[in-house]
Design a protein around this ligand. Structure first.
Ligand code: ZN
Length: 370
């Protein structure tokens, strides 16, 4: 059994036959696949695929550095809203318990206020008795309401799309006033409205996030800010991070050092750098490396680096539909090609394919909690 820790079935290159590609992956022994999130435009397609394959396809949540432009705040807002909607779904019953305790306290304080009022109007005894009796009735009614509310909440939890909480409604209508502090929301058409019907019950990582200066550094400052904020989100949600890095290691290390207090854990996706880079990344966080098709390329130095990285820190991935391994290099990639990568890693590490599969699968299960 193998796990593809980074793939994109929803990508337009793969989407037309995503279902067939999933079947081919399962037949090839790839039994779990994790889809990396990019931005609002592709999120609905990603969730729709995940919804059809519970326990097989898992989802990340995050804003990809290549999608960071002048619209970044709105995109990040959507990620944050989704994160809080997921937290709310699991936290609602807890909230009802707290609410009930608050109500009881409120009733006690209403009693005290009633007594003070009675003193002032000098009808102490008779009126006080009447008021207390009525406060008691109110107390009973309020507790009753809380019980009904609790039953209602429990019903809501069973279907995330029918949640009545304000936050979910707000997320579904991102142009409404909750985004008023980001005025560009109403004028920028790019952020897609997300259909929450297929929202996953949970996310297994915040990703893919990172820095990418390959197309230029116009939004370098914004990319760093978005990365820092998503590091904080990962820490708050106690999730690993899935890192996409391109031509930006020094800036990445600066952000990572700033965030060392978050004690992040995660995966350097599509790792092709040196052992020294791997070591530096692990100075301020706990990182594994995601090994993909590049390891099969003839001119890759990755084999030398991999020899030095402990097996417990290695994950397998395709990044499909991109970066297909040899002999498919340059063609469309898919998760079904993951055994080719496993075979190459086994060869480099002097292990059997079964041992390699077992160890990398366990690594993925532990890191992503799947
Ligand atoms: Zn990717």
């Amino acid at each position: 059994m193998l796990i593809d820790t980074h793939t994109h079935f929803y990508d337009e290159w793969l989407l037309p036959d995503a279902e067939e590609a999933i079947s081919r992956a399962l037949s090839a022994g790839v039994s779990k696949m994790i889809q990396a999130d990019v931005d609002s435009t592709e999120r609905p397609a990603m969730w729709a695929i995940g919804q059809k394959h519970p326990g097989v396809i898992f989802q990340m949540l995050g804003l990809y550095p290549g999608s960071v432009d002048s619209n970044w705040q709105e995109e990040l807002d959507q990620v944050q809203h989704i994160a809080s909607a997921v937290r709310q779904t699991s936290g609602t019953l807890d909230q009802v318990q707290h609410q009930k305790a608050d109500q009881v306290q409120h009733i006690a304080s209403a009693d005290r206020q009633a007594l003070e009022t009675l003193d002032q109007v000098q009808h102490q005894k008779a009126d006080q008795v009447l008021h207390i009796a009525s406060a008691d009735r109110q107390a009973l009614e309020t507790l009753d309401q809380v019980q009904h509310q609790k039953a209602d909440q429990a019903q809501h939890i069973t279907s995330a799309d029918r949640q009545t909480s304000g936050t979910l409604d707000q997320v579904q209508h991102p142009n409404q006033p909750q985004t008023a502090n980001h005025p560009q929301t109403t004028t920028h058409p790019k952020t897609a409205k997300t259909d929450f019907i297929n929202m996953p019950e949970r996310f297994v990582a915040i990703g893919e996030i990172g820095l990418d200066y390959h197309e230029g550094k116009e939004f370098a400052k914004e990319q760093k800010e978005v990365l820092r904020l998503q590091f904080e989100l990962a820490a708050k949600m106690n999730l690993p991070v899935n890192i996409h890095l391109r031509d930006a290691w020094e800036d990445f290390f600066a952000v990572l050092e700033d965030c060392r207090h978050l004690h992040l854990r995660g995966n350097l996706h599509c790792f092709t750098a040196s052992y020294e880079i791997y070591e530096r990344a692990n100075k301020w966080a706990d990182f594994s490396v995601g090994i993909g098709g590049v390891v099969t390329f003839k001119n890759s130095n990755l084999a030398k680096t991999l020899e030095r990285i402990p097996m417990e820190k290695i994950l397998l991935e395709t990044d499909a539909p991109y970066l297909a391994p040899v002999p498919w290099r340059g063609k469309r990639n898919e998760s079904a090609y993951l055994p080719i990568i496993a075979e190459k890693v086994a060869q480099i590490k002097g292990l059997s394919i079964d041992e390699t599969a077992d160890i990398t699968t366990r690594n993925a299960e532990i890191l992503f909690g799947i």
